[in-house]
Ligand binder design. Structure first.
Ligand SMILES: C[S@@+](CC[C@H](N)C(=O)[O-])C[C@H]1O[C@@H](n2cnc3c(N)ncnc32)[C@H](O)[C@@H]1O
Length: 406
């Protein structure tokens, strides 16, 4: 049963992880214009259109979890669209959390909103702390907010010289500079190749290892210069040649793929029947992780050819988006960040059978589930097949991609 939560009750339970008001910059910032939410109308529709039906299965208040609150662009629209819903907003960036909290308070949503400072792979523990057993929607909008990208001093951007930090949560111990100083050439090559799809991953890794013996590589200008001297001009794609190396380092510093892979099963295990998991990815490896995870619940978990499929082998998800939704040309023109988005959503259509819950619980306990992930472990899970071993429900499940026709 979902608890019929009152915000005053859960606010106390979450107090240890509430945002630090000192983390917020000044009051004059227009919070609605810093970050443009991607595919906003689709997300609002996917997250809110089945909330009432889902909540009716447990008789409680509809509960939405936004695992990537950011500046609450999506969340404020979810709360506006459903006046009964309560929202738990998680972000590992204390500054974003403080700004989002201020925005939602200003919009009059304070009594329906609970901020939580945590990494999203702590989802199960967060809900437990709040006394919530089932939720009606879990939303994820992966990656960085425009606020983070624009904050030149955090080293996310290759176009500004800054210390190579790249931590979304500055209280985490490992920075990008630490990785460049300590990983051997093979590990550096692996992350540039896997997470950045960088053709010159090997030569870049070798040069890093060679040059750090002379001087540590600690600024984005140094790394830009090193990549510029390594990637042959004739083989450069458009844009900054260091773009893919920066992306790879950010994914590694923040353990992004590990955390995603262990969060999705935690979300599924907490969904009420009728509840939805809605995810926006911006990187092919993220989208592959999401797609494979969803496929597990969309397929029959039994050998092909069985005359009767046992109940506990039946699919437990319905593919609401029929594959991935992409941004249309108009949105891409007004918000270039939307160009790579893939939005996928599934709905829980029946209770997850015990044997499959155990599998999900195993997946949920991946590296980082206890918040102690060490950079360098992402490889083990990123390439692991997450499903697809079963056959699809009755007819084949279609995983085509479509463009929104708005
Ligand atoms: C793209 S932004 C979300 C923007 C938001 N949807 C909006 O409309 O304002 C992604 C947010 O997720 C947060 N984030 C990324 N990885 C996270 C993780 N593992 N745990 C918690 N928050 C995370 C980032 O700090 C960032 O604020």
């Amino acid at each position: 049963m979902t608890d019929d939560i009152e915000n005053r009750d859960i606010a106390g339970a979450a107090a240890s992880s509430a945002p630090d008001p000192s983390a917020a910059p000044d009051d004059s910032i227009d919070l609605t214009s810093i970050h443009q939410p991607v595919l906003l109308d689709d997300c609002v529709d996917l997250v809110t259109s089945n909330l009432a039906a889902s909540a009716a299965t447990h008789g409680g208040t509809p509960v939405i979890v936004d695992c990537t609150l950011g500046l609450a662009g999506h969340s404020s629209a979810f709360l506006a669209a459903n006046p009964d819903a309560r929202l738990i907003g998680i972000d590992r960036d204390a500054e974003a959390l403080a700004l989002a909290t201020r925005r939602l308070e200003q919009a009059g949503f304070a009594d329906r909103f609970t901020p939580v400072h945590a990494a999203f792979d702590e989802l199960g523990a967060v809900l437990e702390r709040l006394g919530i057993h089932q939720v009606d929607a879990v939303f994820m909008d992966l990656g960085l907010s425009s606020l983070q990208i624009d904050e030149t001093d955090r080293g996310f951007s290759y176009s500004h010289d800054a210390p190579l930090d790249m931590r979304m949560d500055p209280s985490q111990p490992t920075t990008a500079a630490d990785i460049l100083a300590t990983y051997d050439a093979a590990d550096l090559r692996r992350i540039f190749k896997e997470y950045g799809e960088e053709r010159f991953a090997g030569p870049i890794a070798q040069r890093i290892v060679r040059e750090r013996q002379e001087a540590p590589i600690v600024t984005s200008a140094q790394l830009n210069d090193l990549v510029d001297r390594t990637v042959p001009r004739a083989h450069r794609a458009s844009g900054n040649p260091a773009k893919r190396v920066f992306q790879a380092l950010r994914i590694e510093v923040n353990g992004e793929l590990d955390k995603l892979a262990s969060t999705l099963p935690q979300a599924a295990l907490r969904l009420a029947v009728g509840g939805r998991l809605v995810v926006e990815s911006y990187h092919s490896l993220e989208d592959r992780t999401v797609k494979r995870f969803m496929a597990k619940g969309l397929t029959i978990d039994a050998p092909a050819g069985l005359p009767v499929v046992p109940d506990d082998a039946q699919p437990f998800f319905h593919d609401v988006t029929h594959g991935a939704i992409k941004a249309d040309d108009a949105e891409i023109a007004s918000n270039p960040r939307s160009a790579s988005v893939r939005l996928r959503a599934v709905e829980l259509i029946r209770p997850i059978p015990a044997s499959r819950r155990r599998e999900l619980a195993d997946d949920a306990a991946g590296p980082g589930a206890d918040g102690t992930r060490t950079p360098g472990t992402a490889r083990r899970r990123a390439g692991r097949p997450g499903g697809g071993h079963g056959r699809s429900a009755g007819h084949r499940t279609q995983h085509h991609e479509r463009t929104t026709g708005r």
